[in-house]
Design a protein around this ligand. Structure first.
Ligand SMILES: NC(=O)c1ccc[n+]([C@@H]2O[C@H](COP(=O)([O-])OP(=O)(O)OC[C@H]3O[C@@H](n4cnc5c(N)ncnc54)[C@H](O)[C@@H]3O)[C@@H](O)[C@H]2O)c1
Length: 279
């Protein structure tokens, strides 16, 4: 009996859940969480190949279907087109997970010092903010307005980071053979976007509260994806649990935040980082 009542709280049966950046590492996991709770995830991403690959992986794990739509979260017309397509087909939008982000990798550039504040390209600043922060704003504006006007309310979840609470420890990225001015760092935009998302969360939590739209953020810690051994060792020392996250360790938090299990939570930031930000 208790188990049934609890399962009901976490149920997303009949719910339409939009996930931006749905073709990425965690987008796949968020979709898996939604499917596990009986909901329908709609993956939105700029990368059609990645979307197909993610749908295929989800099909191997779940019998229910996920949907994908190519969408650029920096484009208002792309987002409104998604809204119209989803409403035509499903008639509602219940949850939005703002998860898309740019993730420029040191490995893809010859100049690994590009991320240093002194060298940081203004175009890169604009791009990072337009996806991570602008995308969350545009999507919240379009899909949140619908939720507020529909009379049904809804849920917005912003994916922030432990680095939305603490500064990056740049010693993690240090490479002994490089001179100080060449050392790679975590880009400034990452901190700005993630802190900004927590601010956006509080703003949205109070903006449409009378229309039944609540908003929270999730601050995950770093996921282990076979990163360099030295980096992983240094990072593990900064985390009370002594390790990075496994890729599926945020599924529970997403199920909680998207469902009625968190019905009285609004404007909060759920930190799931192995304790890194409390040290
Ligand atoms: N992976 C981690 O360790 C970690 C830790 C903390 C927080 N996060 C956050 O979780 C979220 C997901 O991270 P991830 O590791 O899955 O990243 P990822 O790079 O694997 O996925 C991001 C996705 O966003 C998409 N995207 C980029 N620009 C877009 C645009 N204009 N429109 C639509 N989609 C666009 C990319 O194509 C990609 O599929 C990010 O917000 C990230 O900052 C990740």
């Amino acid at each position: 009996m208790i188990r049934t009542e609890l399962a009901k709280l976490f149920s997303l049966e009949g719910k339409i859940v939009l996930i931006t950046g749905g073709a990425g590492l965690l987008g796949h996991q968020h979709a898996a969480a939604v499917l596990s709770c009986g909901g329908t995830p709609i993956l939105l991403d700029i990368d059609p190949t990645g979307l197909n690959r993610t749908l295929q992986m989800l099909q191997e794990e779940f019998s229910q279907k996920a949907i994908s739509i190519v969408c650029n979260v920096t484009s208002l017309s792309s987002i409104t087109s998604v809204r119209d397509q989803v409403l035509n087909r499903f008639g509602c939008i219940d949850v939005l997970i703002n998860n898309a982000a740019r993730n420029p990798k040191f490995e893809t550039t010859n100049d690994i010092s590009f991320s240093r504040l002194e060298n940081f390209n203004p175009e890169q600043w604009d791009l990072d903010l337009s996806v991570g922060l602008g995308g969350a704003f545009h999507c919240s504006r379009v899909f949140g307005s619908y939720m507020a006007q529909s009379g049904l309310g809804g849920v917005i979840v912003n994916i922030a980071s432990d680095l939305g609470l603490i500064a990056p420890d740049q010693r993690l990225y240090r490479q002994d053979h490089l001179k100080p001015h060449m050392q790679p760092v975590k880009p400034v935009t990452y901190s700005v976007v993630k802190h900004g998302l927590i601010g956006l969360t509080k703003y949205l939590a109070t903006y449409w509260c009378e229309q039944g739209v609540r908003c929270n953020s999730l601050s995950p810690g770093g996921v282990y994806t076979n990163q360099d051994e030295v980096f992983v060792g240094k990072l593990a020392q900064l985390i009370p649990l002594g390790r990075m996250a496994k890729v599926d360790e945020y599924r529970g938090a997403i199920a909680f935040l998207c469902s009625n299990a968190s019905s009285y939570m609004n404007g909060a930031n759920l930190v799931v980082d192995g304790g890194r930000s409390v040290w």
